[in-house]
Design a protein around this ligand. Structure first.
Ligand SMILES: CC(C)(COP(=O)(O)OP(=O)(O)OC[C@H]1O[C@@H](n2cnc3c(N)ncnc32)[C@H](O)[C@@H]1OP(=O)(O)O)[C@@H](O)C(=O)NCCC(=O)NCCS
Length: 157
């Protein structure tokens, strides 16, 4: 659970300059502004911001494809990490999209902080996508969270 000073709300277009600034510090190959605008334009998506002192400290983008939710992006401002903010965003995503819904994501096998976070939420590895990351040629680990895998997870989400 994130600290009481954090508020989670829907992400809006006017948040994007702050989001881009975190994105550039969080990823070697950051999303462009156009990619965020496209995701925000999808009516069925769940796009969230974590706010502290009126400043964005993290965000999450989750898209719906038919009955499957795809966690597309999540990042926390580096100084704000390890305070439960990503946990709070994932809990809100699951509360909005559904506890029994199916979720999938891709993650770099080298990203052990993110994999540990996802495993706490009941995501489990289900194979790899070969050479998914164009910058390094790394494979992606594919993870799924279903009602069944969630029942074995440690997080409340
Ligand atoms: C991964 C990330 C989103 C986690 O955000 P966070 O707010 O720091 O995560 P939380 O504080 O909610 O952590 C919850 C749990 O995840 C795991 N975890 C998070 N960061 C970790 C780390 N650096 N090392 C090991 N485990 C970690 C721990 O189990 C942690 O629980 P604990 O603090 O009680 O041990 C953040 O490190 C980040 O923005 N990374 C860069 C962007 C990124 O890689 N996004 C994912 C792309 S697939």
């Amino acid at each position: 659970m994130s600290s009481p000073s954090i508020t989670i709300r829907s992400l809006g277009y006017s948040d994007l300059p702050q989001v881009i600034s975190i994105e550039r510090r969080a990823f070697p190959t950051p999303w462009s502004l156009a990619m965020f605008v496209l995701e925000l334009s999808k009516p069925s998506g769940v796009c969230l911001a974590a706010i502290e002192d009126r400043r964005i400290v993290g965000y999450l983008i989750c898209s719906r494809y038919a009955d499957i939710w795809h966690l597309m992006n999540i990042a926390i401002d580096p100084p704000a990490r390890r305070r439960g903010i990503a946990t709070g965003l994932l809990e809100e995503m699951i509360s909005r999209a559904g506890r029994d819904a199916s979720y999938t994501l891709e993650v770099r096998p080298s990203n052990s902080p993110a994999i540990a976070l996802y495993e706490r939420f009941g995501f489990r590895s289900a194979g790899t996508r070969r050479r998914y990351y164009q910058d390094t040629g790394e494979d992606a680990l594919i993870m799924w969270r279903t009602a069944e895998t969630a029942s074995t997870s440690s997080a409340s989400g």
